[in-house]
Design a protein around this ligand. Structure first.
Ligand code: PEP
Ligand code: CO
Length: 461
């Protein structure tokens, strides 16, 4: 643990993006109550994720991170969670099979509630109210009652996270995620989609391979890696009072570092990454793998300073840099950051968030064109190809539902159709079909990278 860090040391630092709670005594009561609740995740799981991310950093695995922009209290049904996990498993299988690479699966789920906002108030027809900051803080309706931050919401978010995590663990470990089920993960509405055929073909090939292995005596019943899979949780560590209350140390091992037990991986958003501020202070002291969003305003020397603070021991897999520039800006900004990190010999995982730099407004709705999302990932791969570094993963906002929030895709969502099923509590998400299409495209990028690396190796011999 770094010197002079404690779970509360962030309170001494400047902080941005904090809700204005009208009743501070109630806030303290809730934080005290949360601190008495059981942890959601354990240190050993966080260490296992770090080891997997270390493999990603070395190019031996690929990180797939995704989920809602913001989880909501209203959308907490089992169907939502299961449908998301189904598409996520499908994407993972597509990537594993087509690119012959193990996939590290990290959901934006079971804790992804708090949202940073560009403005602390919203004005409609001359009336100004606090901005919506996610269901863990206040409600989305434009009424004074809903928009007043209420700390009791943290208790509900905690319980929802616990239930989501429990359901996820059951689905991932209880046989549903068995590779033999790859066929069954197809969502009904995808069966009439152009994604159906390539995916069904792939599921068929996997089934044959499983039959072959069974015939050779390798049975899923005796090989848990074919029957169950690891799924980790992640969210933005924005609401630090909540994070602090769930930050624990094993009382039997007082020399071990503290763990943020709210989720396996936590990340620092692009708006809260000031090196001397509270969010960096909190994240630098916990054992969990940390993500850091890197947007266009981040300078190379500042990044080097941040990496030094967040990963002082230069551990592999500890820190994931999540580039989110926008398709038009990647080639301008990313090379200097990659160069600085490489020059300093810093171990990081590079991942690409192609969502947050590509938000545009069409027909008065926030959306993201599929083609910009694809192009940002392609440019991210190209920059790493030129630099000789590893494009380690992608970070997506997506859902298993058939929403119309991002435009484009093979069965294009048009700007005019955006209003049909625009359900997001915050930013526009890829729907199931768009997410699966992207998985095939990224698998292709990964495969080409492997073929090029192999060709270079042979040429050098
Ligand atoms: C997010 O991931 O939901 C987010 C707000 O991202 P960023 O901090 O990169 O804008
Ligand atoms: Co978002």
């Amino acid at each position: 643990m770094p010197k002079s860090w404690t779970p509360t040391s962030w309170r001494e630092k400047p902080i941005v993006q904090v809700p204005d709670y009208p009743d501070l005594a109630k806030l303290l009561d809730v934080e005290r109550e949360l601190a008495s609740y059981p942890p959601l995740v354990f240190a050993g799981e966080c260490r296992a994720l770090e080891a997997k991310l270390a493999a990603v950093g070395d190019g031996r695995a690929f990180l797939l991170q995704g989920g809602d922009c913001a989880e909501s209290f209203e959308e907490h049904g089992p169907n939502n969670i299961r449908d998301f996990l189904r598409v996520f498993l499908q994407m993972s299988v597509v990537l594993t099979y087509q690119a012959a690479t193990p996939i590290v699966k990290v959901g934006r789920l079971a804790g992804q509630f708090a949202k940073p906002r560009s403005s602390s108030t919203e004005t409609v027809d001359g009336i100004s109210l606090p901005s919506y900051r996610g269901d863990i803080v206040n409600g989305p309706a434009f009424t004074a009652e809903d928009r007043t931050p209420d700390p009791v919401r943290m208790l509900k978010a905690y319980r929802q996270s616990a239930a989501t995590l429990n359901f996820t663990r059951a689905l991932m470990g209880g046989g549903y995620a068995s590779l033999g089920n790859a066929h069954k993960w197809m969502l009904d509405f995808l069966k009439v989609s152009p994604q159906w055929k390539p995916y069904a073909d792939l599921a068929e090939r996997i089934e044959r391979a499983m039959e072959f292995m069974r015939a050779c005596g390798v049975d899923p019943e005796h090989h848990p890696e074919l029957k169950a899979t690891d799924m980790f949780t992640s969210h933005e560590a924005l609401l630090l009072g909540y994070e602090e209350a769930l930050t624990r140390r094993d009382s039997t091992q007082p020399d071990e570092p503290y763990v943020a037990t709210s989720g396996h991986m936590i990340w620092i958003g692009d708006r809260t990454r000031q090196p001397d501020h509270a969010h960096v202070e909190f994240c630098r002291g916990v054992l969990n793998p940390i993500g850091l969003k890197c947007g266009p305003s981040l300078q190379p020397d500042e990044l080097v300073r941040l990496v030094g603070a967040l990963n002082p021991d230069n551990r592999k897999g500890k820190l994931t840099l999540i580039a989110r520039f926008g398709a038009e800006k990647v080639e301008k900004h990313l090379p200097a950051l990659v160069e600085a990190v490489t020059r300093e010999g810093l171990n990081v995982v590079w991942s690409c968030d192609p969502m947050h730099g590509n938000t545009v407004t069409m027909n008065a709705r926030k959306t993201r064109p599929f083609d910009l999302i694809r192009r940002e990932i392609q440019s991210f791969f190209d920059v790493h190809q030129s630099a000789g570094t590893i494009p380690g993963g992608i970070h997506l906002e997506m859902t298993g539902k058939n929403v119309t929030e991002c435009t484009g895709g093979l069965v294009p969502v048009t700007a005019d159709a955006l209003g049909d099923r625009y359900d997001t509590a915050c930013d526009p998400r890829l729907n199931a079909e768009q997410a699966l299409e992207l998985a095939f495209l990224v698998a292709d990028m990964l495969r080409k990278r492997r073929v090029a690396a192999e060709a270079a190796r042979v040429a050098a011999e």
